[in-house]
Design a protein around this ligand. Structure first.
Ligand code: GLN
Length: 451
């Protein structure tokens, strides 16, 4: 049924870069056989899933939204994909994304944009717009995204879906094509809070192949999602994440959700996190710095479709330059240049060093806040889905979409976005809940009350 749905609507939505029909049907048949044989199965066995194309999948093409990886078929599975396969989730295919996960609209994909199922003239968010659109368009009941600065939560918000960025180290990064290794986390995109908890528990937990993976087991997420009780909990409204620039309709839905939570017995308090005002600036130095280093492997020698120079001698250096010149799109080149500059001798202390100090201040703001409250809340994104093309020529306007989501990545804390209703323009708005590191269960406990 989901493959039929993809065939019917994906020509218009373009959520998928690759549909792996044969493999999905084979897995479904295998699960049926195991069920018929009376084998105990995972709760999600047989439930199809879409996977963001930045996650490597053995024998299924993986491009990260870039021309430089066009035609690459990975020889191994990411750890989270191994876990999906072992539990018997049919993989429907790979979803569209901004090239190397750089963007907030999926318009930076080298393979053309994805459209928002709520209004096809609008963006589905980014960078994981394909995963969110697939879920919102009923092409897939579950999807995997990755979130470096908001790429799970912001697309979830603008498509009326649920998206979770787990605690850093909570889900293995083994087999994720790295953008910024200290910020990247994979997580679920679904239509309900309980579905996210089920998927998060399945893909999460320690992995010896990721040196930053948290050794202890995850808290009970499914139980928390079923538990739904906020009586006596303290919720902090971050004053820095609701001011100018947030659309009135988005704020109104945020206030409605707060009122529901207060009715359910939560205590709502205002919390100030002054360093959050500098989070975007710090992120756009740290993220490009790490990306400039991570993307060095795409040189036509180790990874990447090789391009030879048009003329002149074919030296290694000139082949690398031709490969990267032809293979990377403009946003990727912009960030490699920014990152290389920020890391260069003479500028390192002023830019990268300062940004790391700001990151420490943001971590301290979170720590001080979580001394006073159980979770922090804010709108997920300042606006609803904007028109395709509206911010494509203005990188700063694009970057501003992530003001509310970036602090969590800089501090490694978990965050969820869930629908808070339709804004005044008739489009979905998102409600964000942030918890302390390793307390991902709190997101599900609070989130389930709003569902
Ligand atoms: N939109 C942000 C960026 O462009 C976040 C991307 C992400 O989380 N992958 O960097």
């Amino acid at each position: 049924a989901h493959l039929d749905r993809i065939a019917a609507v994906d020509p218009a939505i373009h959520a998928f870069l690759h549909v792996s029909s044969d493999e999905a049907l084979a897995t479904a048949a295998d699960v049926d056989a195991r069920r018929a044989a009376g084998e105990p199965l995972h709760a999600l066995a047989g439930v199809p899933i879409a996977v963001k194309d930045v996650v490597v999948t053995k024998d299924i093409p993986t491009t990260a939204g870039s021309k430089i990886l066009d035609g690459w078929i990975p020889p191994y599975d990411a750890t989270l994909v191994t876990r999906l396969r072992q539990a018997g989730l049919p993989i429907l295919g790979k979803t569209n994304m901004d090239e190397f996960a750089m963007g907030s609209s999926t318009e930076h994909s080298a393979y053309g944009p994805t459209r928002n199922p709520w209004d096809e003239t609008r963006i589905p968010g980014g960078s994981g717009g394909g995963s969110a659109a697939a879920v919102a368009a009923f092409e897939a009941p579950l999807a995997i995204g990755t979130d470096t600065g908001g790429s799970i939560r912001q697309p979830a918000a603008v498509t009326g879906s649920v998206g979770v960025k787990p605690t850093y180290g909570g889900v293995s990064r083994y087999g994720l094509i790295a953008m910024a290794s200290s910020l990247d986390q994979a997580g679920p995109v679904t239509r309900s809070v309980l579905d996210s908890a089920l998927l998060h528990e399945l893909i999460g937990g320690h992995d010896p192949r990721d040196s930053t993976s948290i050794p202890e087991s995850l808290p009970e997420l499914v139980a928390a999602a079923r538990g739904g009780d906020v009586a006596g909990m303290r919720l902090g409204v971050v004053s820095q994440l609701s001011g100018d620039g947030y659309e009135p309709g988005v704020k109104a839905r945020f206030d409605d959700a707060l009122a529901l939570l207060a009715d359910a017995g939560a205590e709502i308090v205002e919390v100030s996190c002054p360093s959050f005002d500098y989070a975007l600036d710090a992120y756009y130095l740290i993220m490009p710095s790490e990306a400039s280093s991570n993307l060095a492997r795409f040189d036509g020698m180790r990874f990447g479709a090789r391009t030879l120079p048009d003329e002149g001698p074919v030296t290694a250096e000139r082949v690398m330059a031709a490969t990267r010149g032809a293979g990377f799109g403009p946003e990727v080149k912009r960030r490699i240049m920014l990152g290389t500059y920020a890391l260069s001798a003479g500028y390192y202390d002023a830019y990268y060093g300062s940004a790391q100090k700001v990151r420490t201040l943001i971590q301290r703001d979170f720590a001080a806040a979580f001394d006073k409250v159980d979770v922090l809340v804010s709108p997920t994104s300042p606006t609803t889905a904007f028109e395709l093309g509206a911010k494509l020529d203005d990188p700063m306007a694009m970057y501003l979409n992530d003001v509310a989501t970036i602090p969590a990545n800089l501090a490694g804390v978990p965050g969820i976005s869930l629908p808070s209703g339709l804004s005044s323009d008739g489009l979905p708005a998102g409600f964000q809940i942030l918890g302390p590191a390793k307390a991902d269960d709190r997101l599900y406990r609070v989130g389930s009350v709003l569902e």
